[in-house]
Design a protein around this ligand. Structure first.
Ligand SMILES: [Zn+2]
Ligand SMILES: [Zn+2]
Length: 174
């Protein structure tokens, strides 16, 4: 007779963190409870670690680089939004691409300003199409009633176009 509980449960490998986990401990088929919670908001396991593994879900406690960054930045954003953000920040510097997020609940959108905070841009991804974004620009207010005034919307644009328009708006390209 086999008394080892783990041998009776199916073990999957998480696509995100590569840890093994009990397939019945996660609501998603290819993500462990931890990653499915962070990426998609599913219920997490209340981990209980013993000898390097959670005894409830079998997660090994190791985070992927992406999850680590998400936690680090306290950003609850989709991979595509993080990709755009990192692309811009790596190229123009984090001090020039400042996160100003009024859309925290929206994983597929982010607000950015220039370093003075005067010029605002709102980026969102569109449906499931890759390299396809929506960009809305806001200028400093002309009166004190509203903080920003609209400066144009751009729909269905690629990252290259987005970069061009955004950097001009944030006064990063001369
Ligand atoms: Zn995982
Ligand atoms: Zn667990």
């Amino acid at each position: 007779m086999d008394n080892n509980l783990s041998s009776n449960r199916n073990i999957n490998t998480c696509d995100e963190c590569n840890s093994e986990y009990y397939s019945d401990s996660s609501e998603m088929t290819s993500l462990c409870p931890e990653c499915s919670h962070i990426l998609y908001g599913y219920e997490n396991c209340e981990h209980q670690f013993e000898t390097g593994r959670c005894i409830k879900c079998f997660w090994n406690g190791k985070e992927s680089e992406y999850i680590h960054k998400l936690k680090d930045k306290h950003l609850n954003k989709s991979k595509r939004i993080i990709y755009v953000l990192e692309f811009l920040q790596n190229k123009y510097g984090e001090t020039n691409i400042v996160i100003n997020d009024h859309w925290e609940a929206d994983k597929e959108a982010i607000g950015l300003t220039d370093k003075t905070g005067q010029y605002l841009a709102y980026i969102s991804t569109i449906s499931d199409i890759d390299n396809n974004y929506f960009l809305a620009l806001e200028n400093p207010s002309v009166d004190n009633e509203i903080p920003y005034s609209p400066a144009g919307d751009f729909d269905n644009i690629s990252l290259t176009e987005l970069e061009k328009i955004l950097t001009r708006h944030l006064r990063l390209s001369e």
